[in-house]
Ligand binder design. Structure first.
Ligand code: RFL
Ligand code: PHB
Length: 386
């Protein structure tokens, strides 16, 4: 088998790259370890920057997103028992959109299958070979048979635990990491959202976030211990904690419950030879700033442009700058996600001084237009060209 671009992973990064390459007439093979129903049912991120929405629409996979996505002009910051609205649209002229990651994945899987180009689910033993040469290969097994595809380029879009980053020579890879001493317990509940916009709450018991998937589905998160056992959170205890931290919630049948670890991580560089990493394969942010999927989209925009220049015109300049261009944005977004996390969570080792500084920063934020603008312009998404 031969292709121009071998794509490992059918998450938002891999699927969007496949779609953008298809629109540019570039062939690819997508390999995914899990089943179609698994990736289409996996509940993860939910908030898209305006630039991500525009990118999905331009890529031809935004029709349902435009119909069903919930556009939000603002958010609430809650602390000391009071909510303060940040008017994102008034401050930036831009807005964000709630649309579940798995819905975007469904739309992109459907678009991919329609192109007739290959997307293989449930592949095993994926391995990358000869990435430093101009004819890398990927091998995998499926139904007990070993298969191989010869590529011009490999895109490692296989998330944090995938084999692509591990295929880079360890001596060229620099890793920056912070693991936070807490996690989020997230639920999806059949209940109308308590507020039409998101509520980010700082409370002495810990952080809480009220978000949503539709007018009838609430998505709620609570700061918990990093090794928290969800079984220790029966529904009554969960609703009680959410009510305490958020002021009010609408209760309903809980459809899903899970713990998400909190980590900041960057691997540099994002390219070695003909292997390019994109999305969670290269970086992880804590979910507080809602940036994980948006960063994956931003990487893929650059990668698709670089590969289009290469395959259509033989240009390598953008490929050579891929890592540098992406990392400029990634580090700004890392800083923002780390800052939002520090601003809103309870750190068990914080002393009373740090506690007072945290509340002072929140108070400054809601009373200063300059500070609100800084939050808003990062939350709605920095422009792609900075
Ligand atoms: P993904 O979505 O992880 O996709 C990678 C794909 O690669 C596949 N894969 C392999 N395929 C073939 N062979 C192998 N050996 C493979 N190993 C892995 C995987 O099955 C998967 O389909 O990465 P991508 O495309 O870079 O997209 C990034 C986003 O998914 C991610 O940044 C966000 O979802 C992060 N994230 C959240 N972000 C938010 O902004 N808000 C959230 O509430 C939020 N919740 C979450 C999250 C990430 C989670 N993970 C990764 C544990 C909740 C969870 C549980
Ligand atoms: C979500 O809707 O799941 C979501 C929204 C905002 C965040 C994190 C998660 O900061």
């Amino acid at each position: 088998m031969r292709t121009q671009v071998g794509i490992v992973g059918a998450g938002p990064a891999g699927l969007l790259l496949a779609q953008l390459l298809h629109r540019a007439g570039i062939d690819s093979v997508v390999l995914e370890a899990r089943s179609r129903s698994h990736i289409e049912g996996r509940i993860r991120a939910g908030l898209l920057e305006q630039g991500s929405v525009d990118t999905l629409v331009e890529a031809g996979v935004g029709a349902r997103l435009m119909r069903e996505g919930l556009a939000h002009d603002g958010l609430d910051l809650r602390f000391d028992g009071r909510s303060h609205r940040i008017d994102l649209h008034a401050l930036t002229g831009r807005r964000v959109t709630i649309y579940g990651q798995q819905e975007a994945v469904k739309d992109m899987v459907a678009a991919r299958l329609e192109t007739g180009r290959p997307l293989h689910f449930e592949v095993e033993d994926v391995a990358l070979h000869d990435i430093a040469t101009d004819h890398p290969q990927i091998t995998w097994s499926q139904d007990g048979v070993t298969r191989e595809v010869h590529c011009d380029v490999i895109a490692g879009c296989d998330g944090f635990h995938g084999p692509s980053r591990a295929a880079m020579p360890p001596d060229i890879l620099r890793v920056y990491e912070r693991v936070y001493p807490f996690a989020w317990l997230g639920i999806l509940a059949e209940a109308p959202p308590v507020s039409p916009e998101l509520i980010y709450a700082r409370h002495a018991d810990g952080f809480a976030l009220a978000t949503m998937r539709s007018s009838q589905l609430s998505r709620l998160y609570l700061q918990c211990a990093s090794d928290e056992d969800p079984a220790l959170w029966p529904d009554a205890r969960l609703w009680e904690a959410l009510r305490t931290r958020l002021g009010a919630v609408n209760e309903g049948n809980i459809l899903q419950k899970g713990v998400t670890a909190m980590r900041s991580f960057v691997a540099e560089p994002m390219r070695h030879g003909r292997l390019f990493l994109a999305g969670d394969a290269a970086h992880i942010v804590p979910p507080t700033g809602a940036k994980g999927m948006n960063l994956a989209v931003a990487d893929v925009r650059v990668l698709a442009a670089a590969l289009t220049g290469f395959f259509h015109r033989g240009e390598t300049a953008l490929m050579d700058r891929y890592s540098e261009i992406c990392l400029k944005r990634i580090w700004k977004v890392q800083r923002f996600s780390w800052w939002m996390t520090a601003l809103l969570h309870r750190f068990s080792d914080a002393d009373p001084f740090e506690h007072r500084v945290q509340v002072a920063e929140l108070d400054y934020l809601v009373h200063s237009e300059a500070a609100r603008t800084a939050l808003a312009e990062q939350y709605v998404g920095l422009p792609y060209d900075i």
